[in-house]
Design a protein around this ligand. Sequence first.
Ligand SMILES: [Zn+2]
Length: 313
Amino acid sequence: MLLIDLHTHINLLPNPLPWLLEYICKQDLSIENYVELSKKHNKKIILSPVIYNVPGIHWGLTGVEHQIRKLTHQTQLLNGKVKILKSKEDLDSEFMVGLVLQLESCRWIRESNTKNTLEQLHELGIRGVIPIHFIDNWLGSSCNYPYVPTNSSQDRGLSHNQAHVFFQECKNLKLWIDLSHMSTNAIDATLKFNHHSICMTHTSIKDIQDTKRAISKDHIKQLVKLNGFIGLSPTDRFVSSTSQFIKMIQYFHEIGVNGHYGFGSDYGAPIKTDKGLENYEKLITTISQSNLNKSQRDQFFYQGALSFLKESL
Ligand SMILES: [Zn+2]
């Protein structure tokens, strides 16, 4: 295995792309690139691409179906080199680039239709969900992300009853719950539920660089107890420099956590890094030449995420 990136974007947006999106998302996110990277290193890659739900771009179940059709078509053109992974057995099957699909935002799911919608999402191949995105929704509060002025500044945590029904349905279907974008109180409340599988796929460490999206030491420890996964993003909304990013990887060792972490890039969102780390080759070289030891590097690149996927799928 070369690397596992448990939160990334590939281009599933409408074509032609609205010009502003084209301008801010200028990274090359084509699946062919990942196939080339896998071929060059002669190792597998697993990505967890985001299925969006953005008003005006893709919305509701129709939006999900549209994106998955597009993705399936792209994978068919690559003759088995790219495969959508849906089970534990799929992890060991033949592919160069494996894709485990996740849904970002459940804001559009109707409370009265939770079970049915989640079943359809599972049937379509979704294996993880981010319940709350940039703004508060029927499941609970967002982390008051400063770039989104419409967001509530009040942290009301979870809508307890609705969220518990939702979590239970996710558990029945084996969909992982992703804490990314949740408010502090919503994370606290979510961690009290006995989940099938739980993670925070794209985040940073509060003790290293304190942002609203970062995870606290206490939440890391609770996630680890639940056998969860923490994915670190090197991009500018999480960390200001490459050295800060490397410090985040070392941090786990410093607090006595030797697994459960890895990579969740958030590439493809409107982001950048200070040294071009949004290119996988550059990222691999930078991490390989850093002062991280082999076990830390392996954990970061694929081991943490692989253990998580083996438990979750
Ligand atoms: Zn996100």
